[in-house]
Each structure stands twice: as C-alpha cells, then as structure tokens.
Design a binder for this molecule. Structure first.
Ligand code: HSE
Length: 441
C-alpha cells in the first residue's frame, strides 16, 4: 500500500496592492489604520492589503514615512504591476484628475476623498471606470465618516428619492452655531474658527459655499440618476449673514444653517427637474437640523418608499475621513479578490437641471423703510403685484425709520427676485438688508 499525503495545504492569502497618493491629515490616518487593523482587514477582505508606495510632492516634509515607500513619481507608482487599487487623498482638481484617470485607464480601482474632483469631473471619471470595468469609490467626498454615498448608491437604489438636504460643511456650521449662541458677528466667529483650526487659512471654499456645492452636486447626481455638476448648483455662502439676521431669525423661532438642498421639483409646466442649491436657510428650532451644533454634519433623505431618513455625525477631520476611505478600500479590495464591481455611475434618468428661478420656497425679507403714512401699503402692493403672498409682517422703530421684516408664503424665486428689485426702486425703501430663504417644512 502506498501512503497518501492527506495534509491540506491552506491556500495562500491573496494580496491586494495599494498606492496611496497624498500624505496629509487624511493620508496619514489612512496609513495608520491600515497598519493597526491589518489582521481585521485581511479577514474582512479575504485578502491582505499591502501598501506599495506613498506619493508626495516633497519627501522632506514627511520624515515619518518609511523611505522605502515614499516616492515623488505618482504616475510610476500607479502603473506598477503590483498596484491594484489607488487611493487619492491629495485634493485640488487638475493634478489629481490626471492621476485618477491614469489609474482608471490602467485598470486600477480608485478610492478618492476628493469632492471637488468628483463634482467637477464625474462624467470623465465614471466613463473611464466603466470602460476599464473597475471601481470608483468616493464615500469620503461627502460628509466624511457619515455613510451617505453608499446608502444612495446601494441601499436606496430600488427607491425613488425626492429630496436630499442637509448640513454638509462643518466650518460654516461651527460659525453659524457660534453666532447663534453668542450673538457675535460673522467676522469674530470666522476668526475663532480659524484660531481653533476649524477653518482653513484661506476659508473661501467653505464660507462661500463651494465645498457644500461640490457635495450637493455629488448627492444630487446619485439621488436623481442624473449628471449634476458643481456648475449646476446655485451657491451662496455665509459671509453676508449678519448678527442682525441671526437675531431676527431667533426672534421668529428659527436658526440659520447653511443647507445643501437637492430636490426633484415639478415646474409650472408639469416638467420634472432637478434642483441643487446651497444657501443660508432659516430652519425652525423644532427641526432636527436646528440642533446640529458645532462642526457636525447631518443629511436628510426623503424617498417614496423609505420615507424620511437622517444621517448625522462627523463630516470632517483626518480620522473620520479615513474611516470612509477605509470602508471604500475594503469594498474595492473585496471586489479584486472575489470579483464583482461597485455600482457604476447611473445617469439614465438624465433629468433637466432647474433654473434657480424655478425653485419655490418661503422668504424672510429684512428692510429699512421710511416711517410714513402709506408706506406699508405701498410695500405690500409690490409683493402682491409679483404674486408673492405675505405671511407675517413685523415692524420695529429704528433710528427714526422703521425696520420691516416680511415673511412670505411659498413663492417662486424669480418672482421674489423681481419683487426685491422693485422694492429697491421705491423711495420709501431705504435698504433691503437681507433676503433669506426658509426651510420648506
Ligand atoms: N472643510 C470641510 C468642512 C471638510 O468644513 O466641512 C471637508 O469637506
């Protein structure tokens, strides 16, 4: 009888090679978590992650990096045969776009945290991923640790989403929350946000709403299966929100939040369109979004079958952003090991993008007017002439003139804008101090 060898040889654990592009706050956290959770990640993936290299522009600024991993040649790193997945955490648009396209065209899956890139170039990136049959993941691009891209792309893929709305920028929420709590001005609270490290040295992208608009473009594209770019999003920031606006909102039972609002709307002509916009909004203090404080984010989704959903948490920072990147990396790595693909870009509905003038909402209009006989009637007539119905009118004595705060019923944005232009032509209206929109509750 011949002896047979019955011992089983365990199959070798597959290896998934990863290139990391960028080693800032997020890149550092990604690398740290990959190191600390190596065993767990191997079990979850069914394969072992190996970092092949980290591309940076100036290695001298990264003395903590293993010299064997560091490179300035991102393209050569991407093209290595032993790299399967590219993680892009550089930021900016042009250079990362070149690298991400190079990776996708070379058949490598990509995980990116770059909202500006995804919002500006979703068509090119999505098509390149589809052509190569690889994955493009970007959970970290919207609200960092809060899972909202995945739910829209997968969990709600069978439902009809009508609204995605929320606070998707932590810096502006910190500033507005602090203005509301202290009564201080925008400038004072912006400085505090900078001193505490919430706001960047150049806070423009945050305070002017561009960061939130990129996120709105991504959310609207996913929710409505329609390509919505950054340039399709109407965007107003918070730099003109005054302490007086905040106090007036508070007196009326509201707090001001910078909301990203993505809606499926039906125009007067009965046409279904997509509206994506970012602007300061008066939110009733009883609404859950009003209690989102400090730099937290929250996203509301309303879908026909699912009803109302809310996602809340940390929308910025190294570790929370890295959490989302790692989740995507596990997904992409599983697909490499076991086969399958993440959902590709879905734009089949191809709905038209609504003009901002076609949006309907309520308004809070703050004016200084002459305190004379007939002025209120004259002003009310301007609203009426433009089909804008008044809901409440509040008048206060103000330096020999009157401060008039009008809250309207729902009206078309284009009608309200025409109303404001006509008000500014009235000699009795000394100034229109602000026009703020109210949350449609
Ligand atoms: N700067 C953003 C914020 C985080 O303040 O929320 C990254 O998008």
């Amino acid at each position: 009888m011949t002896a047979t060898n019955t011992a089983h040889t365990a199959p070798a654990t597959p290896v998934v090679g990863v290139a990391l592009l960028g080693h800032g706050t997020v890149g550092r956290s990604v690398l740290q978590f990959i190191g600390e959770s190596a065993n767990d990640l191997t079990h979850r993936i069914g394969g072992r992650i190996e970092v092949r290299g980290v591309a940076v522009s100036n290695p001298d600024k990264h003395p903590d990096l293993d010299p064997q991993l560091v490179t300035t040649d991102a393209k050569a790193l991407i093209e290595r045969d032993d790299v399967d997945i590219v993680v892009e955490v550089i930021g900016g648009i042009e250079y990362p776009k070149e690298l991400v396209l190079a990776a996708l065209n070379a058949g490598k899956s990509v995980v990116t945290a770059n909202k500006a890139l995804v919002a500006a170039c979703s068509a090119e990136l999505g098509e390149a991923a589809d052509r190569a049959g690889v994955d493009l993941y970007f959970e970290a691009a919207v609200a960092a640790a809060i899972p909202v891209v995945g739910p829209l792309r997968r969990s709600l893929a069978g439902d009809k989403v009508d609204t995605v709305m929320g606070i998707v920028n932590g810096t502006t929420n910190f500033i507005l929350d602090a203005m509301d709590k202290t009564g201080a001005s925008y400038d004072v609270m912006l400085q505090e946000a900078m001193d505490l490290g919430y706001a960047e040295a150049d806070p423009t992208a945050d305070v002017e709403g561009h960061d939130a608009a990129s996120k709105a473009a991504i959310l609207a594209s996913l929710a409505f299966h329609t390509r919505v770019n950054f340039s399709d999003v109407h965007c107003e920031g918070i730099s003109n929100v005054s302490a007086e606006d905040v106090a007036a909102a508070k007196a009326a039972g509201y707090t001001i939040k910078l909301l990203a609002i993505c809606e499926r709307i039906t125009t007067d002509q009965g046409e279904e369109k997509v509206s994506a916009r970012v602007h300061p909004t008066l939110v009733p203090i009883s609404h859950p979004l009003a209690s989102v404080s400090k730099s937290f984010n929250a996203v509301f989704v309303e879908a026909e079958a699912a009803g109302k959903l809310m996602f809340y948490g940390n929308g910025a920072g190294g570790a929370p952003t890295a959490s989302a990147v790692l989740g995507d990396l596990v997904g992409a790595a599983r697909n490499k090991v076991h086969g399958g693909r993440a959902p590709g870009e879905s734009t089949y509905a191809n709905l038209p993008i609504a003009d901002f003038g076609e949006v309907t909402t309520r308004y809070h209009v703050d004016m200084n007017v002459a305190d004379q006989v007939g002025v209120l009637a004259e002003i009310a007539k301007v609203f009426a002439d433009h089909g804008v119905s008044l809901r409440t009118v509040r008048q206060e004595e103000h330096d020999g003139a009157a401060r008039l705060i009008v809250v309207t019923h729902a009206a078309l944005e284009r009608d309200l804008q025409a109303t404001v232009a006509a008000l500014q032509d009235l000699s009795a209206v000394r100034s229109v101090n602000s026009v703020l929109r109210l949350h449609n509750d």
